[in-house]
Write a new protein. Structure first.
Length: 181
């Protein structure tokens, strides 16, 4: 493991510099809206949940890289009543059998005020401890209907590119940030 440390540090240094420029609020909003439209166009269940949700948090580009030790990061926008309600950063670190680099998108659908309040409490949202978080993969989505929706938060992953085994939100922290105008 000691021989791998320089490689790990180099990989993480490269990863941290992936999003090279500071994006503006307008750029992030445009990418987030485009990503959400893409999700709705390709997953009608996501559209149904979106119609019932009180807010949607969209991360259009999340970057994940790792070799034994991994990290991921991305910025997103919370839409409430069709308007921008806040700007957020998603970040995570992991350790284990992993190797590769990947870019993906995800959206969190907040179905009630309690779940939305959880997002903003105490300066950060620990996804692993979120109230009633449901990851809506293809198998789950096929059995989902608007009558079986429960309160809580639904997560949809989409737009995966790259080579990395597995996507998840365990250990992810989501916190507010303020992009440049």
């Amino acid at each position: 493991m000691h021989a791998l440390r320089p490689l790990l540090y180099a990989l993480l240094a490269i990863f941290v510099t992936l999003p090279a420029h500071a994006e503006t609020a307008r750029e992030l909003r445009n990418r987030s809206e485009k990503a959400l439209h893409h999700l709705y166009a390709n997953n009608h269940k996501a559209r149904e949940i979106g119609d019932k949700a009180i807010a949607v948090l969209v991360f259009p580009d999340v970057y994940k890289a790792g070799f034994m030790v991994g990290a991921q990061t991305g910025n997103g926008i919370l839409f409430k009543d069709g308007r921008v309600s806040g700007y957020y950063n998603s970040s995570a670190a992991s350790y284990g059998l992993q190797a590769g680099i990947q870019k993906f998108s995800y959206a969190l659908f907040f179905m009630d005020e309690h779940s939305l309040h959880y997002l903003n409490k105490s300066g950060g949202f620990e996804v692993g401890g979120a109230p009633s978080l449901v990851v809506a993969d293809e198998g789950f989505s096929s059995s989902l209907s608007t009558t079986t929706l429960q309160k809580g938060i639904y997560a949809f992953f989409f737009g995966q590119k790259g080579l990395m085994a597995g996507i998840g939100l365990q250990g992810t922290k989501i916190s507010q940030y303020h992009p440049s105008e």
